[in-house]
Design a protein around this ligand. Structure first.
Ligand SMILES: Cc1cc2nc3c(=O)[nH]c(=O)nc-3n(C[C@H](O)[C@H](O)[C@H](O)COP(=O)(O)O)c2cc1C
Length: 199
C-alpha cells in the first residue's frame, strides 16, 4: 500500500496569525515521522464565502468553485491534522466554515489536533472532536496543546516550538496514533471500494 497522504489544515487566516508556528512545526515532524506524505492546506488559499449553499454538500453539489476545489482536495487525502486556535472558547469561524463545506469527503478518515491558547486550545479542540463524529471521522485521542507559557515566547520570536522537548514528544505520540488510524482506515476504505474519487 502506498504511503497515506495527510493534510495539515491551517485553521486561522487572520493577518499576524500564530497558526503558522504550529503548522510549520507539525508538518516538519510529520514528514520526519516517515509514515505519511504531508501537504499543508492553508485556508487562505481556499477563501470560501460563509456557507450559503442550498443544502449540505452531502446532498447538493456546491456552486462555489473554491468549495468544489476544497472538496476535491479533502477527498484526495487520507487523514488530517488541524491547527486549532481558540476564539471565544470555540474553533475559528473560518475553520468551521471549511469543515461545513465538505461532507462525505471527510468520512471514515482520522483527524488529529494541535491546539494553542490560554488552555492550549483545549475547549475548541473538544468541540471539534464532537463535530468530527458527525462527519464520521475518527478523532485521535492524543492531542497537542500549546499553552500560554510556550505560546508567548514563540509568538515573541524568542523561542521555536521545536525547542520544547516535551511538545515534540507529545506530537510523536499523536503522530504514531494518527499513522495507525490512517493506515487502518485507508485499508478499510479500499476494501469497501471507498477509494478517493480524486486519486
Ligand atoms: C476573537 C478572538 C477570541 C479569542 N478567544 C480566546 C479564547 O476563548 N481562549 C483563548 O485561549 N484564547 C483566545 N483568544 C486568543 C487566541 O488564542 C490568540 O489570539 C491566538 O493567537 C489566535 O490564533 P491565531 O493567531 O492563529 O489566529 C482569542 C482571540 C481572538 C482574536
Amino acid at each position: 500500500m502506498t504511503k497515506p497522504k495527510i493534510g495539515i489544515i491551517v485553521g486561522s487566516t487572520r493577518e499576524g496569525r500564530f497558526a503558522d508556528h504550529p503548522a510549520e512545526w507539525i508538518a516538519a515532524l510529520a514528514r520526519d515521522h516517515g509514515a505519511f506524505e504531508v501537504e499543508v492546506l492553508d485556508l487562505r488559499d481556499y477563501p470560501m464565502p460563509f456557507f450559503d449553499e442550498a443544502a449540505s454538500p452531502a446532498w447538493v453539489p456546491s456552486k462555489d468553485e473554491t468549495a468544489q476545489r476544497w472538496q476535491k482536495k479533502i477527498d484526495s487525502l487520507d487523514g488530517f491534522i488541524m491547527t486549532v486556535a481558540e476564539y471565544n472558547r470555540g474553533p475559528t469561524g473560518v475553520l468551521k466554515n471549511a469543515i461545513d463545506y465538505a461532507s462525505n469527503e471527510w468520512n471514515n478518515k482520522p483527524v488529529a489536533f494541535v491546539g494553542y491558547g490560554g488552555v492550549g486550545g483545549a475547549r475548541a479542540v473538544e468541540q471539534l472532536r464532537l463535530i468530527a463524529i458527525e462527519l464520521q471521522m475518527a478523532p485521535i485521542r492524543n492531542g497537542v496543546h500549546i499553552q500560554w507559557a510556550v505560546y508567548e515566547p514563540v509568538a515573541k520570536g524568542e523561542k521555536k516550538l521545536a525547542d520544547f522537548g516535551f511538545l515534540n514528544d507529545t506530537a510523536k505520540g499523536m503522530l504514531d496514533q494518527l499513522a495507525w488510524w490512517t493506515n487502518a482506515l485507508k485499508a478499510a476504505r479500499a476494501k469497501d471500494g471507498q477509494e478517493s474519487k480524486a486519486a
